[in-house]
Each structure stands twice: as structure tokens, then as C-alpha cells.
Design a protein around this ligand. Structure first.
Ligand SMILES: [Ca+2]
Ligand SMILES: [Ca+2]
Ligand SMILES: [Ca+2]
Length: 210
């Protein structure tokens, strides 16, 4: 959703030599654009549009967690999106230095918008794996699920019961934790997501809120 908005804003001004010069100057690395073009699934022109949008929103060139939270609260005014924005921020901040650079942002978007199923599932796993230790625990899954329910707000889903997230997680977790050792590995995650249509459909939910 962020992209679309930025794209429409950026369209009028894109494709000038100035943009490209500016990008090179701001990044202090003239090769940055070429590198991103090679690493992501965006064209040079798309990257210029994205960069323009990114700079409009974040003139400093990096996004911090508060910016993420602000943006999300605008999209989900009916609920509390703070926690989900926090988890999402950590998933985008791949080098865990507390800020999302343009590179971080582009690489994340590239996977979410243009990635293969496998790449998207890897990304989702990383989102769920809150402490980034390579395993998803039931608690982590519950935290994410609660955050999503909070974000959606009670007005949108008035019929949701208090224990809905927990039930949701129980079902998910039982299916995913094949060897019943209490944690879900990346292999278990990918295997069960690809096999199970219900899980895949639930995953669509996440695509809508990213
Ligand atoms: Ca970062
Ligand atoms: Ca973990
Ligand atoms: Ca397991």
C-alpha cells in the first residue's frame, strides 16, 4: 500500500537527470542504484520512483521505528497498530541497526511484491521469528497474531472473541510443528505453508496488512 501511494506521487517528477544525480549524491555511493537494480526485482526507473517517495516521507534517508508506527496508525486508525508496526520494522531492518535504510526497504518490498512463494515464506518466517533465533515458538506466533488483531481493531471485527488469537495459533502451530518439539523451523514452516491451503489463505491476510 505504501508503494502505490508513493508511485502515484512520484510519477509526475520521475525520470529526470536531477533525480539520479541526487540519488548518487545523497547515498554517497554512486554505485548504489546499480547495485540495488541487480539485487532487487525493480527496474532502475522503479527504483527512482521509490527513492523519490522514500525521500518525501523520510528526508533523513532512513526510517526509524516511530515513522513506521506513524504510517501504520494512519492506515489502521480504528485499531492499535503499534506492536505490529514494531515487528514489521524489525523484519525490514535486516541488519538490525535500528533504522530501515532505503536499501533495507527496497529489498523487503522486492520480496513482498515480486518474490517467489519461497522468498515470501522466508520473509514471513523472519517476521514471526521475533527474537531471530531461527525458530518460531508458540508465544512468538501468538504475539504476532495478537498484534494483528489489535491493529484491525474491535470495530472492524466486533464478533471476535478474546481468545480468538490463541485458538488461531493453536491450530496453526499443531499443523506446522511436524515433529512436535515445540518450535517451528524454517523447513517445517515452508513445508506446511505450501501443503496447506488454509494456511496459505491466512498468509494472504498478512500480505494485505504489510
Ligand atoms: Ca537497517
Ligand atoms: Ca524465535
Ligand atoms: Ca518442530
Amino acid at each position: 500500500m505504501l508503494t502505490l501511494e508513493w508511485e502515484s506521487e512520484g510519477l509526475q517528477t520521475v525520470d529526470t537527470v536531477e533525480d539520479e544525480m541526487e540519488m548518487a549524491t545523497v547515498r554517497h555511493r554512486p554505485e548504489a542504484l546499480e547495485l540495488l537494480e541487480a539485487q532487487s526485482k525493480f527496474t532502475k526507473k522503479e527504483l527512482q520512483i521509490l527513492y523519490r517517495g522514500f525521500k518525501n516521507e523520510c528526508p533523513s534517508g532512513v526510517v526509524n521505528e516511530d515513522t513506521f508506527k506513524e504510517i501504520y496508525s494512519q492506515f489502521f486508525p480504528q485499531g492499535d497498530s503499534t506492536t505490529y508496526a514494531h515487528f514489521l520494522f524489525n523484519a525490514f531492518d535486516t541488519d538490525h541497526n535500528g533504522s530501515v535504510s532505503f536499501e533495507d526497504f527496497v529489498m523487503g518490498l522486492s520480496i513482498l511484491l515480486r518474490g517467489t512463494v519461497q522468498e515470501k515464506l522466508n520473509w514471513a518466517f523472519n517476521l514471526y521469528d521475533i527474537n531471530k533465533d531461527g525458530y518460531i515458538t508458540k508465544e512468538e506466533m501468538l504475539d504476532i497474531m495478537k498484534a494483528i488483531y489489535d491493529m484491525m481493531g474491535k470495530c472492524t471485527y466486533p464478533v471476535l472473541k478474546e481468545d480468538a488469537p490463541r485458538q488461531h495459533v493453536e491450530t496453526f502451530f499443531q499443523k506446522m510443528d511436524k515433529n512436535k518439539d515445540g518450535v517451528v523451523t524454517i523447513d517445517e514452516f515452508i513445508e506446511s505453508c505450501q501443503k496447506d491451503e488454509n494456511i496459505m489463505r491466512s498468509m494472504q491476510l498478512f500480505e494485505n496488512v504489510i
